[in-house]
Design a protein around this ligand. Structure first.
Ligand code: 48F
Length: 263
């Protein structure tokens, strides 16, 4: 049978349309497809939750592809090796408490396993704002990244979710919007974004986990965004904290979702 261009077009449009419609009201909407967002999405989807992830760029994966300074290897500490094993990423011991993985294998596997566990990812879509009711975050306001880049005057669309997770890394995009536009204060010591500090890998890795939490009613932070929000240092190309933070926030949200549905 000959291939028909209109059927090809129809297949893509109809499938995409269905996928988008199925994610207009979700349990968790994740912003940012770096390692922490992907790991969170993986565990939440695996637990049967309706989860969607929006990534601004064409390629999902955030800052993991480039390893350190484009040397495409990443480092993971002992505590997080079990997570690389969970995903099936090859991991090699360099010395005590220092393991390495090929960054391309690591991130491509995280993406693939997250999607296969049921996470739906929309790439090239940016979260430019949130939905608020009245001082709780209840969803996201979205637009095509291409519209943002071209600075076109085009109104966005919106999706609702029981929880929003900001895993936008150094940018803390969602928290920034909430700080500026939603009445109320952030759950940080100053009530505002504390700001990321200079590099201190050891301290940053443990603080990433401590800082993985709710930052505003309905809004959680994980990964580098957690440290940037709560004033922790950056960690450089060690990724164990990102993986552990994604797992931690997934567990916190699973508990919250269970509590909410019992009410
Ligand atoms: O930066 P990123 O990889 O976040 P992460 O999971 O991991 C941090 C590490 O990569 C590294 C580090 C520690 O090892 O310091 O930097 O915390 O991924 C964040 C993703 O969020 C996307 C952005 O394109 C990137 O892929 N992003 C940022 N703002 C938005 C967004 C937005 N408004 N809408 C959609 N995606």
């Amino acid at each position: 049978m000959k291939l028909d261009e209109v059927i090809i077009t129809k297949a893509i449009v109809e499938r995409f349309y269905r996928k988008f419609l199925d994610h207009m009201r979700t349990d968790v909407a994740i912003v940012g497809g770096g390692p922490s967002g992907l790991v969170a999405g993986y565990f939440l989807s695996k637990a049967g939750k309706n989860v969607v992830l929006f990534e601004r760029k064409l390629s999902v994966g955030g800052g993991m592809w480039g390893g350190g300074m484009l040397f495409n290897e990443i480092v993971v500490q002992e505590d997080a090796v079990r997570l690389l094993e969970e995903f099936g990423v090859t991991c090699r011991k360099f010395q005590k408490n220092c393991y390495t993985a090929d960054s391309v294998e690591a991130i491509s596997t995280l993406i693939s396993k997250a999607v296969q566990s049921g996470l739906t990812i929309f790439n090239c879509i940016s979260a430019e704002d949130v939905l608020m009711r009245p001082s709780r975050v209840t969803g996201l306001v979205l637009n095509w990244t291409a519209v943002e880049l071209a600075r076109l005057h085009v109104d966005p669309l919106a999706v609702q979710s029981r929880f929003v997770l900001d895993t936008t890394g150094h940018e803390t995009s969602v928290v920034k919007v909430v700080q500026e536009k939603v009445p109320g204060k952030l759950l940080t010591p100053s009530g505002r974004i504390e700001g990321e500090k200079s590099m201190w890998s050891d301290r940053a890795e443990s603080l990433t986990l401590e800082n993985t939490r709710e930052v505003f009613p309905g809004l959680y932070v994980a990964g580098m965004a957690a440290n940037a929000t709560f004033g922790g240092p950056r960690m450089g190309p060690i990724f164990g904290g990102m993986l552990l933070s994604g797992e931690k926030v997934a567990n916190m949200l699973l508990q919250e979702l269970t509590r909410k549905s019992k009410r």
